[in-house]
Write a protein that binds this ligand. Structure first.
Ligand SMILES: Cc1cc2nc3c(=O)[nH]c(=O)nc-3n(C[C@H](O)[C@H](O)[C@H](O)COP(=O)(O)O)c2cc1C
Length: 320
């Protein structure tokens, strides 16, 4: 049995699984590992540092990969997109902002345009902009996101943008989640947190260990890390991260943090420099309960697909 969907056909991949372009986590090695295992790896272009992107493309070798950007930030650094497009990416994923100004450039370069959305309205905007794939991201997701849950968001997005294939994201970390996504009408899934807990992911081993030791209830949506990093995130998106000492100190007191920002920034940067994750951010989603070890990405993907197939078979067998 193989799981063949409009997503696998469109992207030319074996399994309907996309690696989320996680800033500072989805580097070239991880993107290449996911693609070589049959999914689609996306480098986390994040806020658009062209030199970092070049280094990660070098680390990916000849793997068939793509890249993703944070749209509102890309609007301030469009050169980063040109750098990626020169490398003939399979796909470019845009999240958090209107993709319309970049859509023609991406598609004219021969890359598929993947747009991640958090609302039905934004799914319609992405479809009108010409998205080839739409990722419906629920609030369970690690990193930035909105307020709707994956379960209730995916089906209406599928309906709103048909026949454009939809990938579900947010809290999917095992084969049951992939099977559930397909049952909701999605043509696949995009996973971040599960792939963060892999050997190839960038990130300090201590951060990865915390992922394994934590559960979904240890995460929280917050803007405190955006405030202290002086990132101008529009208010509708907050970041899901592990609740650490920094979050406990400042969540709900964002105005006081802003008032005391210079002092807080110094201490925060020092925490980042010294890998002190009681203070520094670890972005992660509610799927953490399902993560038991740091493994190679290919092992994660193989098991995910096998378990999804099993789940789908077992589910079908319950219908008489
Ligand atoms: C560590 C981390 C960093 C992320 N960075 C980005 C990013 O730079 N751009 C982006 O579009 N999404 C980013 N995301 C969100 C993912 O695109 C995706 O929606 C999410 O990981 C899916 O939910 P999951 O983490 O439960 O699998 C990030 C997620 C994590 C966990």
């Amino acid at each position: 049995m193989t799981i063949s969907t409009r997503l696998t056909e469109l992207l030319g991949i074996e399994h309907p699984v996309i690696l989320a372009p996680m800033a500072a986590v989805s580097g070239g090695a991880l993107a290449a590992a996911v693609s070589q295992a049959g999914g689609l790896g996306l480098i986390g272009g994040g806020y658009g540092d062209p030199d970092w992107i070049d280094a990660q493309y070098a680390a990916a070798g000849n793997a068939r990969i793509g890249a993703g950007f944070i749209t509102w930030s890309l609007a301030q650094r469009p050169d980063a997109l040109d750098r990626v497009l020169r490398r003939s990416p399979v796909a470019v994923m845009l999240s958090f902002g209107d993709p319309t100004p970049f859509a023609t450039t991406v598609r004219n370069a021969g890359a598929k345009l993947i747009c991640q959305v958090q609302t039905i309205e934004d799914a319609r905007v992405a479809a009108a902009a010409g998205a080839d794939v739409i990722v419906a991201q629920g609030t369970e997701a690690g990193g930035h996101g909105g307020t709707r849950t994956t379960m209730s968001l995916v089906p209406p997005v599928v309906d709103a943008v048909a026949p454009i294939p939809v990938a579900a994201a947010g809290g999917i970390a095992d084969g049951r989640g992939l099977a559930a996504a397909l049952s909701l009408g999605a043509a696949g899934a995009l996973l971040g947190t599960r792939f963060y807990a892999t050997v190839e992911a960038l990130g300090h081993p201590a951060a990865k260990s915390r992922l394994v030791a934590s559960g979904g209830a240890d995460t929280v949506r917050t803007s405190v890390f955006d405030v202290v990093r002086e990132l101008a995130w529009p208010g509708q998106w907050t970041g899901r991260a592990l609740r650490n000492a920094f979050v406990r100190r400042w969540a709900g007191r964002e105005d006081e943090l802003r008032a005391d920002l210079q002092g807080a920034i110094g201490a925060f940067r020092e925490a980042v420099r010294t890998d002190n994750f009681d203070e520094a951010a670890i972005m992660a989603g509610e799927g953490l309960d399902l993560i038991g070890a740091i493994e190679p990405a290919a092992a994660v993907l193989d098991r995910l697909v096998m378990d999804a197939e099993d789940t789908l078979r077992r589910t079908a067998a319950t219908c008489r």
